[in-house]
Design a protein around this ligand. Structure first.
Ligand code: G
Ligand code: G
Ligand code: MN
Ligand code: NA
Length: 255
């Protein structure tokens, strides 16, 4: 069977799911949301990583259909968690540059998922990588405005790695900057990484944006980020991307 056939069949069988990596608010130490990460789970349990199948799906023109499955799964679980009375639980979904370019489709996918799964728009965040945003900033800016007009949040993912123009950045209607995990990795031992992280946090706050750091793996990294008033953090220290049942267990435990 060719890859295209396998993907088609996987789509028909709803094999594309969302896993959830918890995001902790550093001021309160509570889980306040998650990042949804796509997983292709075959019936025998084998998983294909999105790093592998997203580029292929884009090439075959199947990215929108996969996005629908992952977006709906992410919204369904998040809407469910919001009925548990644990406070507002957000979800951030990754969007590829190609989809941002195809904005009519993307807006339809997002609108229909929110309506179908009854998730409040402010609980959804869309993540676009810095490199994708900067490769076509006029379009990115226009599409972000369409989403923010609906109350949906927009974030820049992998911030610091994608040739940002600050002149462009200031025109984006963003909610959050996500510090790339390459800067977090050595933040407690490399003074340049420490300077970069604290500068990104300070700049984001001056621009009235929230900051989420990715890839925290040690308590020292977490304490550095807290001391520098980073808003949110995600990383293996807290949890790896989890199946929804495990994410729900963490939410209920109030970690
Ligand atoms: O979870 P993992 O480390 O395998 O993710 C690999 C990459 O795939 C990450 O850079 C992530 O941003 C991207 N990714 C994960 N889920 C999605 C998705 O639903 N859509 C898109 N476009 N990219 C995703
Ligand atoms: O590009 P994006 O930020 O969406 O990528 C998310 C990817 O980063 C996921 O595949 C996830 O598995 C991975 N990731 C999340 N937390 C950590 C971490 O603490 N350490 C490492 N090495 N990878 C992480
Ligand atoms: Mn991301
Ligand atoms: Na990232």
């Amino acid at each position: 069977l060719t890859m295209r056939h396998r993907m088609r069949r996987a789509l028909e069988e709803n094999q594309f799911k969302a896993y959830f990596q918890p995001q902790v608010d550093l001021a309160t130490n509570r889980i306040v949301g998650s990042e949804a990460l796509a997983r292709w789970i075959a019936p025998d349990g084998t998983q294909v990583s999105p790093g592998e199948f997203i580029p292929i799906a884009e090439e075959y023109g199947l990215i929108d259909e996969i996005c629908v499955q992952v977006m709906e799964d992410a919204c369904r679980w998040t809407a469910h968690w919001n009925t548990l009375g644990l406070g507002d639980i957000t979800v951030a979904v990754n969007i590829s540059g190609r989809q941002f370019h195809n904005s009519r489709q993307l807006v339809e996918i997002v609108d229909s998922a929110l309506t179908k799964l009854r998730l409040a728009p402010h609980l959804l965040d869309l993540e676009l990588t810095e490199s994708a945003a900067m490769s076509d900033p006029e379009n990115a800016s226009r599409v972000m405005r369409m989403f923010t007009d609906r109350g949906i949040g927009c974030s820049i993912d992998d911030f610091g790695t994608g040739h940002s123009s600050l002149a462009v950045l200031k025109r984006f209607t963003l909610r959050t900057l996500k510090i790339d995990r390459s800067f977090v990795k050595d933040v407690t031992s490399d003074s340049n990484d420490a300077a970069i992280c604290s500068a990104i946090i300070a700049m984001a706050h001056e621009l009235n944006l929230k900051v989420c750091a990715e890839g925290a793996e040690t308590p020292d990294q977490l304490e550095f980020l807290r001391a520098h008033r980073c808003d949110k953090v995600q990383g293996f220290l807290i949890a790896k991307p989890l199946p929804p049942e495990d994410m729900e267990r963490m939410l209920r435990a109030g970690i």
